[in-house]
Each structure stands twice: as C-alpha cells, then as structure tokens.
Ligand binder design. Structure first.
Ligand code: ZN
Length: 434
C-alpha cells in the first residue's frame, strides 16, 4: 500500500463526522506550522504566514500567504466538503418498544438507506454540556460497535425478491442499541464522556448534541492486486485529504506570489445553505480579510484578487459501473485507477468551462497524467458540488474535478488506490506553479 493510500485511510478512520474531520485537519495543519486565527480578532498578515480559521467546528479555511499582495497576485483555492450522508440522532432519540431500546434517527443528505442495514454502527459527533464556565461543546466518538439496523428476515419479507427492498425512513431505520432496561442516550453520553476522560458531568448537564451513526469497520484496500479502497465517506473526505495534503506538501517548496487556500465546507450534502456551507460567508469573508489584513490592504483589493484567482472544486466523480453501464453517458465513462476526472455540465451543475477545464488538463499534462471526463446522461439529472455555488458567490473561475468512485453515498464506498497520489500531485502543482 502506498504511503498516500495508508494516510488517506487513517484520515478517514479518524474522521467519523465533519467535526472530527476538521479536528484531524487542524492537527495536521498545526504540525506544519499553521496557527489558528479567530473570526472575532483583527487579522494582520505577512508573506509566508500560515493560518487557519474554523467556523462552527464543521468548516475550515486554511491559507498560506504568498510573497505578493493578494490584491495583485490573487488566490489559488482548493475547495471540498467535510460532510457525508448518514443517519443523525433526533433531539429526543430514546425509543422503547417490543422489549428493545432504539434511537430515533433522521437521514442526512442523500443516503443509500439499505447500505446502513446489518452494519456494526457506532455514534460520534459533538455534545453541548453545561459546565462551570458556561456552555461548552465537546467532541465525542464512542469508537466501538454500539448498535445496528437489523434487516427483516426473508421469510417475513418474501416480496423483497420481486419488488426490492422498500425502506420507510421513519419506520425502518431506528438502530437497536440495547434491551429495554439499558441506559438512555443522555446517560450513555455522560458515562462515555467520563470513561474517555473528556468531562465529568451528570446526564442532566448534557444540554444538546449533534450525534450521528457511522460504520465501525476500518477502511481497507481490496482487489486481487490491491486496486481498490473500500471505505466510508470517500465522498468527500478523499478530496479533503487530497487538498490538505497538497497544501502541506506545497509548503515545502518555494513560496509563490499568490496565496494558497484550502476551504473545507460542511453541509454540501444538504445544499450548502448554512452559516458553514459554501453558500455562506466563510470563504468570501475570509478572503476579504486576507486581502485587507495583508500589510494594511489595498483599494478594491478583494475584487482585484478574485479576478486573478482560480478555484479547484474537488469532489468525487462517478466511475462507470460495470453492472449498470447503461446509466452512464457512453462516450464519457471514467474508470477507477485511471486518474483525475474533470466534471462538466452545460447546465452549470458543475462550474467547469473550456478555460478552466483546459487549465486543469494542462496541469495534468505537466505531471504526465491524462485526465478523464465525466458528463451525465442527457436523460438523467446531474448531481452538483460546491463549485457552482462558490463560483456564483465569488465570481471566481472554477473547475470541478474529482477522483472516480463507485457506491457513492453508500455506508461503505469504493475508489481506486492508484488514483490517490496523482490527484495530490496535480493539486500540489496547482498550489505551487506561478
Ligand atoms: Zn460530494
């Protein structure tokens, strides 16, 4: 297994939720000398300054200031998203019925619901507690199998063979977490916080939580020659990892004139309209503050900076499915293992155009990589990304790219081991070359 693949698998396993993905990304940034900036501080920036900003624990903006004023030299930005479709706890989740204790859950984003059945699920996320100092939010990961959404036996569901599995999201998804005399969720959270040495508050001090289910099976490599990665949340932690790794590695080279930026957004899977999502102000305000914070700023700085900036929106792409190839556009069939995919949609579900597609293709060519191309069939609706949303908000030229994968939005997805390094290489080149 290559070093990059092993590192990606570790990153994914350390990141069961967007909050954990941001925490792990911060850990890596700090090891490379990046320092936290608070949104409520005045920013004063110098060439070579390495900084990051977190918003609401789920989104992250990291940047390395270039040698020249951003107003003159612009930004090179890589964007990706930290969230993945999953099952999230409802605020009063405890359900007791038929002798079992269960948790009420709500699907987040476009979940392939059937893939969550018969998996060894755990819980992770954040918990808000009443501490002596006030209200405090803590990260929590149970880290072990806790619960399961059991399938119905075929003997009681003969029609599944002819009609397929029909899942009612309200009726059929509540994971079983124990027998009816087991602890309530708040008790369980308080016990776990204490057991992990995070805090020592009684259950009544647990005020609220953003907790979600995840599969405890570790990410791994599979295929006769180790061709594949089998893992949860490849969409889109694989792109977060690629962007972040490219940023950290490019920092070992000469500092360019432009300012390097990586933005990792929460809430892409539910449309990006939130304070932390791509339709929010995180990037626009952050870039404005980089421009004005650089040696006191310059007139019309942000507009000038954006006019000479480029965004690579990195999100996973649909590889052609061997058993469902009729669902793909026959002339555009990306294959796992053949490298980065440029995603194009005339109706602007992707922000790519000839200029940005050509720009990315030439970056690939410089690195002896041949890009693949994806367009959706004309009779199917196209998925989207943070690309068009960010492009519309900032007016920045944008290309949508991603590595090819199968089983997108499954509890356990599939991508290519050989695709990890080339994407990092091209993104690193993007952040390195003037
Ligand atoms: Zn995605």
């Amino acid at each position: 297994m290559s070093e990059f693949v092993a590192d990606l698998l570790a990153y994914i396993d350390l990141s069961p939720t967007p909050y954990h993905a941001v925490a792990e990304s911060i850990h890596r940034l700090e090891q490379s000398g990046y320092r936290s900036l608070a949104e409520n501080e005045l920013w004063a920036l110098e060439p070579g300054g390495r900084h990051y900003v977190v918003r609401n624990e789920g989104s992250l903006l990291a940047f390395e200031v270039g040698t020249e004023s951003p107003a003159d030299a612009g930004f090179r930005i890589i964007g990706a998203h930290t969230d993945s479709p999953n099952l999230r706890l409802k605020p009063l989740p405890d359900v007791v019925q038929n002798g079992y204790r269960q948790l009420a859950v709500e699907p987040y984003g476009g979940v392939l619901l059937h893939t969550w059945f018969d998996r060894d699920l755990s819980l992770a996320g954040r918990v808000t507690v009443q501490s002596r100092a006030g209200v405090e939010t803590l990260l929590l990961d149970f880290g072990r199998p806790l619960m399961r959404v059991p399938n119905l036996a075929i003997h009681l569901n003969r029609e599944i063979g002819t009609e397929g599995l029909k899942v009612n999201a309200q009726q059929h998804l509540a994971p079983v977490i124990g027998l009816e005399d087991g602890p309530e969720l708040r008790d369980l959270v308080a016990i776990e916080l204490r057991a992990q040495g995070i805090s020592d508050f009684p259950p009544e001090k647990v005020l609220a939580f953003d907790l979600m289910a995840y599969d405890t099976q570790s990410s791994g490599v599979s295929g006769a020659r180790g061709e594949f990665i089998h893992a949860p949340r490849l969409d889109n932690l694989a792109s977060c990892h690629a962007g972040l790794t490219a940023l950290l590695q490019s920092g070992e080279d000469r500092l360019p004139a432009f300012t390097r930026v990586v933005v990792l957004y929460d809430h892409e899977e539910v449309g990006s309209r939130s304070a932390t999502g791509a339709a929010g102000t995180l990037l626009a305000e952050g870039l404005d503050r980089v421009v004005t914070g650089f040696k006191g700023g310059e007139p019309q700085g942000l507009a000038r900076a954006l006019a000479s900036s480029t965004l690579v929106s990195a999100d996973m792409a649909h590889a052609v499915h061997p058993n469902y190839s009729d669902r793909h556009e026959a002339g555009h069939t990306p294959v796992i293992g053949r490298g980065p995919v440029i995603k194009i949609n005339a109706n602007q579900a992707y922000a790519t155009d000839a200029t940005t597609s050509g720009f990315f293709a030439s970056l690939c060519a410089d690195n002896e990589i041949e890009p693949q191309y994806f367009v959706v069939r004309s009779d199917l609706a196209c998925g989207s990304t943070i690309g068009p949303i960010t492009a519309a908000r900032l007016g920045v030229r944008t290309v949508d790219v991603g590595n090819p994968m199968l089983s997108m939005h499954s509890c356990r997805e599939m991508a290519g081991a050989a695709d990890v390094a080339p994407m990092i290489q091209v993104l690193k080149a993007f952040l390195s070359e003037d």
